[in-house]
Write a protein that binds this ligand. Structure first.
Ligand code: FAD
Ligand code: DHB
Length: 390
């Protein structure tokens, strides 16, 4: 088998890259380890930045997102028993975000790709990449019992944090920057109407909580928990009790409903540099992870593949490699700013085990500042809706 760009992984990065390349007339084959229902049902991110929603529109993938997604014009920061709203349009020249599940984006792109008969192979196993330092790199894998050799001009590692592409880069090439946080998030999906029209990020004496949503009838809620906690230790009653306590504010009542899904995510910040070796390009979680506070992960994955698609398009137009050569630096500038923002939101809102009374007072002062100074609120808002792209 032969293609121009071999894409490992059908997460948001790999799937959207496939569409961007198709629009530019570049052939690609996507190989995915899991089956279609698995990737279409895995509950993860939920907030799409302004420019990213516009990109999906441009690719003809935004119809359901605009119909069923929820346009949000602000968030609430809740602390010391009171809510404070950050208004996005007035602080960012009219921008908003769209609350729409990552798995819904995945469903929309998979449907478009299969309808257009573009190659997307599910349930591949034993994936390996070879010859990345040559101009004929190869992806080998097993599909439907057969060993396949896919010869490519370029390989893109869109295979997430636990993928095989990053480890295929020879030792000594990459530098990794890593921070592990001493907590995780227990997330639930519940069949209950959202308790508030907008997302609530809550600081509390008991730790962080986040009230989000997926639709007018489904809520998505998170509570800070120990990083190695067992989901089994969290009965539905315990989760609701904790949410009630952490989100408490006068006049607020949290709607409960059957819990449809529960999971715990550990939190870390991670970046490798550079994001390219030879003809292998890393994009999305394969190259970087942000803690989820601030909702940057999927958006960064989309930003990477937009930069990469432009570089590949220029290469196929006239052989120019300038875009490919600057891919890593261009992406890393945005990534480090998103790392900073996610770290800042995380540090401001969570309870750290070694926090002193001084640290907790400082967090409250920071929240007070962000919600009372237009300059500080603008900094939060412009990062939240997505920094300007070019
Ligand atoms: P992935 O989505 O991880 O996709 C990688 C794909 O590669 C997977 O389908 C995997 O099966 C496949 N793969 C792996 N290995 C192989 C192999 N060897 N061969 C073939 N295929 C392989 N981000 C936001 O922007 N906003 C949010 O609100 C947000 N909330 C989050 C909440 C939670 C609870 C979690 C866990 C994450 C959240 N994120 C959020 C982060 C976001 O989900 C990720 O950043 C995003 O999934 C990255 O996309 P990706 O395509 O790079 O990687
Ligand atoms: C969601 C996740 C986030 O990390 C966040 O900051 C906001 C919302 C969500 O899953 O809805």
């Amino acid at each position: 088998m032969r293609t121009q760009v071999g894409i490992v992984g059908a997460g948001p990065a790999g799937l959207v890259l496939g569409e961007l390349l198709a629009r530019a007339g570049i052939e690609a084959v996507i190989v995915e380890r899991h089956d279609r229902p698995y990737i279409e049902e895995r509950i993860r991110a939920g907030v799409i930045e302004h420019w990213a929603a516009a990109l999906l529109d441009e690719l003809g993938l935004g119809a359901r997102l605009r119909r069923e997604g929820l346009a949000h014009h602000g968030i609430e920061l809740r602390f010391a028993g009171r809510g404070h709203r950050i208004d996005f349009p007035s602080l960012t020249g009219g921008k908003e975000v769209v609350v729409y599940g990552q798995h819904e984006v995945v469903k929309d792109v998979v449907a478009a790709r299969l309808a257009a008969d573009r190659p997307l192979l599910f349930e591949v196993s034993d994936t390996r990449v070879e010859g990345i330092e040559t101009d004929r790199p190869v992806i080998r894998f097993v599909h439907e019992g057969e060993e396949v050799e896919l010869s490519c001009d370029f390989i893109t590692g869109c295979d997430g944090f636990h993928g095989i592409c990053r480890p295929a880069i020879p030792a000594g090439v990459l530098t990794a920057y890593d921070r592990v946080y001493p907590f995780g998030w227990l997330g639930i999906l519940a069949e209950a109407p959202p308790s508030s029209e907008e997302l609530i990020y809550a600081w509390s004496e008991r730790g962080f909580a986040l009230a989000s949503m997926r639709s007018p009838t489904i809520t998505r809620l998170y509570v800070q928990c120990p990083p190695d906690d067992d989901v089994a230790a969290w009965s539905d009653d315990r989760i609701w009790d904790e949410l009630h306590r952490r989100l408490a504010a006068p006049g607020f009542s949290l709607t409960e409903g059957p819990v449809l899904q529960k999971s715990i995510t550990a939190m870390r910040s991670f970046v490798v540099e550079p994001m390219r070796h030879g003809r292998l390009f890393l994009a999305g979680d394969a190259a970087h992870i942000v803690p989820p506070t601030g909702a940057k992960g999927m958006n960064l994955a989309l930003a990477d593949v937009l930069v990469l698609s432009r570089a590949l398009e220029a290469f196929y137009q006239d052989g120019g490699t300038a875009g490919l050569d600057t891919y890593s630096d261009t992406c890393l500038r945005r990534i480090w700013k998103a790392q900073r923002f996610s770290w800042w939101m995380t540090s401001m809102l969570h309870l750290f085990e070694d926090d002193s009374a001084f640290d907790r007072r400082r967090q409250l002062a920071e929240l007070d500042y962000v919600t009372s100074s237009t300059a500080a609120a603008t900094a939060l808002a412009e990062n939240y809706v997505g920094l300007p792209f070019d």
